[in-house]
Design a protein around this ligand. Sequence first.
Ligand SMILES: *[C@@H]1O[C@H](CO)[C@@H](O)[C@H](O)[C@H]1NC(C)=O
Ligand SMILES: *[C@@H]1O[C@H](CO)[C@@H](O)[C@H](O)[C@H]1NC(C)=O
Ligand SMILES: *[C@@H]1O[C@H](CO)[C@@H](O)[C@H](O)[C@H]1NC(C)=O
Ligand SMILES: *[C@@H]1O[C@H](CO)[C@@H](O)[C@H](O)[C@H]1NC(C)=O
Ligand SMILES: *[C@@H]1O[C@H](CO)[C@@H](O)[C@H](O)[C@H]1NC(C)=O
Ligand SMILES: *[C@@H]1O[C@H](CO)[C@@H](O)[C@H](O)[C@H]1NC(C)=O
Length: 461
Amino acid sequence: MKTACEMSCTLLSIVLLLSCISLSNAGITSRYMRRLAASTDIPEDSPYFKVPEGFNAPQQVHITQGDYEGNAVIVSWVTTEEPGDSKVYYGKEPGSNYTDYVVGTAGTYSFYNYTSGFIHHSTISGLEFNTKYYYTLGAGQSPREFWFVTPPESELDTPYTFGVIGDLGQTFDSLSTLQHYMNSSGQSLLYVGDLSYADNYPFDNNVRWDTWGRFVEPSTAYQPWIWTAGNHELDYIPEVGETEPFKPFTHRYLTPYKATNSTSQLWYSIKRGPATIIVLSSYSAYGKYTPQYKWFLNALAAVDRSVTPWLIVLVHSPWYNSNTYHYMEGETMRVIFEPFIVQYKVDIVFAGHVHAYERTYPVSNVKYDIVNALCTPEKNETAPVYVVIGDGGNIEGLAGVYTQPQPAYSAFREASFGHGLFEIYNHTHAYFTWHRNQDGEKVAADSAIILNKYWYSATSA
Ligand SMILES: *[C@@H]1O[C@H](CO)[C@@H](O)[C@H](O)[C@H]1NC(C)=O
Ligand SMILES: *[C@@H]1O[C@H](CO)[C@@H](O)[C@H](O)[C@H]1NC(C)=O
Ligand SMILES: *[C@@H]1O[C@H](CO)[C@@H](O)[C@H](O)[C@H]1NC(C)=O
Ligand SMILES: *[C@@H]1O[C@H](CO)[C@@H](O)[C@H](O)[C@H]1NC(C)=O
Ligand SMILES: *[C@@H]1O[C@H](CO)[C@@H](O)[C@H](O)[C@H]1NC(C)=O
Ligand SMILES: *[C@@H]1O[C@H](CO)[C@@H](O)[C@H](O)[C@H]1NC(C)=O
């Protein structure tokens, strides 16, 4: 027979347990407080921006996927003294014993009173899956050798880890994010927009596009970064005659857009290992009947989830964001695209723009129309998870002011610089972790198992 005390203690622990459960469902606004002041850009003459030695040495080397399937790589770099050639020698063995080469193109662009170096783009095709290749640029002048590993062939249960970074810039905080990421297990990077922040300088001083290219080269020369355009890529200054939006970005950062019948470098789709990644442009027309809208519906319909079980969308301006910074800027695009995202069971949407981190529960707000007033996002296991990860560490600083109370859809939010990892285990389970720069790379400040929306709900129904 229990005493009264024992019974009330048991009751108390049940009450405590219940309150714990409801708390863990309510979402977390991290108490982690930090300096919100903007940090400064790394000086132009810093070793992190060092120009490689040698006459006409290739610099700002970066690679991205070059086709839809994952058998091609676009190699891009800049030479400054003279064009040189646009040859990439490559093979499975290092040390200049190459079996093949490709020849690409070189060109320059000007922006106000700036003229770029010779920007080279060469596409290597017909690569084998899951293979390490070495490549050399600048052969015959100042050769530099790099390497990359091609993705595994797309199959149902192919493990693969993507890194996720947004809004990086080129400050000492950016450096910390980059160094943390380079210590991670990320095999390629999903970049959600806002690269160099050159537009913080008078006339968008494009020298800061060059320093950024050298800054990220230790990662971008060795693994593909999958590019999304953000507002800091617009470089639009009509006062000085610069009226072509995205001019520096599109000259420097090619994407394999033609492989998915896109008509713009700014929206495209790739298969990589177990995932299809669809990249959207927040700053291009997306309303009904526009090229991006029509393309997006075709791109979603083209996905075969028995080949690429995971479906990831990248966009710069977030659709779910409870930070006061850039609040509701992504709303018009959400209203237009969310019904398709839910219908096609997209697993996760990564966005940048807001300089903080936030993860939602699986959530849907597609019931709303202009008369029914059903405007509250609903938790729904078959709907996507949304992650805001614009916390790469740029010159504008952190966005520390959140709306209160935390909305029910928001699972975790914190204003700290960092990066994410999306680790796909198999066709039903993936693990997302967020790593703040104050911690060692192995520490996850937030983490969540992400259940595949297509397969998990199909098998558990
Ligand atoms: C170059 O590669 C070929 C073919 O893979 C190999 O037979 C040869 O030994 C290599 N030579 C050197 C110097 O590594
Ligand atoms: C471009 O113009 C700005 C402002 O007049 C000046 O500070 C800068 O030195 C110029 N740059 C070049 C490359 O001429
Ligand atoms: C990266 O790893 C190296 C070697 O383990 C370590 O010295 C360095 O501190 C790490 N950097 C970061 C930013 O975690
Ligand atoms: C692109 O268009 C071609 C020709 O119409 C078609 O065969 C292919 O499936 C399309 N690809 C995608 C990814 O939509
Ligand atoms: C969850 O979303 C699916 C797909 O839109 C819908 O069929 C289902 O009714 C939703 N479930 C709830 C509980 O709202
Ligand atoms: C997928 O991975 C998860 C986590 O490791 C595991 O629990 C699950 O059984 C795996 N599913 C399949 C189909 O292999």
